[in-house]
Write a new protein. Structure first.
Ligand SMILES: Cc1cc2nc3c(=O)[nH]c(=O)nc-3n(C[C@H](O)[C@H](O)[C@H](O)COP(=O)(O)OP(=O)(O)OC[C@H]3O[C@@H](n4cnc5c(N)ncnc54)[C@H](O)[C@@H]3O)c2cc1C
Ligand code: SF4
Length: 402
């Protein structure tokens, strides 16, 4: 099966698939090494650009990215690039292939990375490769950010996920867990202590509709709920998830696994949903119900019973009895951004120049915190590119001194 899938790649000279990949993985080259049976080389080609190939291959929205550009797609089905990347990534983890063929010796300079999500991990790994001392400051006692607390375990093998992070940390990166910027660490101290700082702490505050009942006990923002890693018993409970993107589908599928009768309500029609069609049909197979062209107007509580007042596009109002409501209508940045003394854009994201440097010299930022496109591959690319820019910046300072 794997053989057929790799042989299906035409090895196009123009490599249109690479243009669709945010990380610019050399897809035809890694597939070519796979065809020759040289999986070590295939893994090394991938990790030149992507330090989490198993994870990206497994959960990347590849149908909208690399596979969308595949020449084979013109005649029907594209090469399953994501699947092939995850197979090579898994091989690399199980056989313990090195992430980088060469790593520079310590160059005497140290960088602090705030946030251990994909942006932070990628920045840390490439800085280490370039010879920097790197310390990650992470607010939780685990790494991965949304890869660990957003993407549910039924979509990503948790053992291989943890092995992927270990591989990066084993490059010789120090991690300080339970360190939260703005609480027990501060930017001005990091700036004094390190030669440069990278901010990659995401933007995971759920947007909530300003409706009556939004502050009731069983009403949650999906991001905060998933991040809390709380397991609820939702057997015989009616659950409403509000939203039409991939987070709404993930939230609904998690609630279903907790035993709930789950209804997704979305203000547009099915075609307008941002979620991938394939995951919408998976949710339907799991008996998650959908109500389209419908808005939630208010949530009323009567002791432990809640009623959601819904309104459809024709202006017809009706009541739906529910026990829990989860909002999954998008994310916004944390209030901490306002306290850092950095320039922000109108929506509160950290502003950076084309080198990913913030308004403070020597402080760089990447991933969701700068409103990068909301995918793991974009966050990884943003972290990696920042590492190369930090290297240029610090070398430039040195050149000016001499
Ligand atoms: C439910 C859900 C499902 C998703 N599914 C997919 C998917 O299938 N495929 C895909 O490509 N993308 C998916 N995404 C999007 C993707 O996960 C994000 O775009 C990506 O993780 C952003 O990476 P990041 O490193 O910028 O931020 P995050 O992943 O949010 O990482 C930020 C890190 O910083 C830490 N942190 C936060 N505040 C502080 C602080 N003050 N001090 C120190 N540390 C801090 C956090 O704990 C976290 O570890 C999904 C998102 C959600 C919400
Ligand atoms: S990282 Fe994502 S977009 Fe890039 S090659 Fe892998 S699956 Fe495709």
């Amino acid at each position: 099966m794997f053989r057929n899938k790799i042989d299906y790649c035409l090895n196009c000279v123009t490599k249109p698939c690479v243009k669709g990949c945010p990380l610019k993985n050399d897809i035809p080259l890694f597939i070519n090494y796979s065809k020759e049976g040289d999986f070590l080389k295939a893994f090394s080609v991938l990790s030149e650009t992507n330090v989490l190939p198993f994870i990206c291959g497994s959960i990347c929205l590849s149908l909208k990215l690399c596979e969308n550009n595949c020449v084979r797609k013109l005649k029907g089905k594209s090469v399953e690039i994501g699947l092939l990347e995850s197979i090579i990534g898994e091989q690399g983890l199980k056989k313990n292939y090195p992430l980088f063929e060469k790593k520079n010796d310590f160059n005497g300079k140290n960088v602090a990375v705030v946030g251990g999500g994909p942006a932070g991990l990628s920045c840390a790994a490439f800085l280490k490769k370039l010879g920097y001392g790197v310390t990650i400051y992470e607010k939780h006692n685990y790494l991965g950010g949304l890869i660990s607390h957003g993407i549910p375990d039924f979509r990503l093998d948790s053992d291989l996920r943890e092995k992927s992070f270990e591989k990066i940390i084993n490059l010789g990166i120090e991690v300080k867990y339970n360190h939260e910027l703005g609480k027990n660490i501060f930017l001005k101290n990091l700036k004094k202590k390190y030669d440069a700082v990278f901010l990659g702490f995401g933007a995971n505050v759920s947007k909530i509709l300003h409706i009556k009942g939004k502050n009731l006990k069983n009403v949650y923002g999906s991001n905060e709920f998933l991040e809390s890693r709380v397991r609820l018993n939702l057997r015989e409970k009616n659950v409403i998830v509000v939203g039409g993107g991939d987070t709404a589908i993930d939230m609904a599928r998690v609630a279903k696994r907790f035993g709930g009768n789950v209804l997704i309500i979305y203000r547009g029609n099915e075609k307008e949903m941002k979620a991938l069609k394939s995951v919408v049909s998976l949710a339907k197979k799991e008996e998650i119900s959908f109500m389209f062209n419908t808005n939630i107007k208010q949530i009323i509580s009567n002791e432990n019973d809640y009623n959601a007042y819904l309104c459809n596009a024709k202006g017809y109002n009706f009541i739906y009895p529910c026990d829990y409501v989860f909002f999954a209508i998008g994310s916004k940045p944390d209030e901490i951004n306002k306290k850092l003394g950095l320039k922000l854009d109108l929506n509160g994201y950290i502003k950076v120049d084309k080198r990913n440097m913030t308004s403070m010299r020597g402080v760089f930022a990447g991933g969701n915190v700068i409103n990068e496109k909301n995918t793991v591959a974009h966050a990884l690319a943003s972290g990696r590119n920042s590492a190369y820019n930090i290297d240029l910046y610090l070398k430039n300072i040195d050149n000016k001194k001499h």
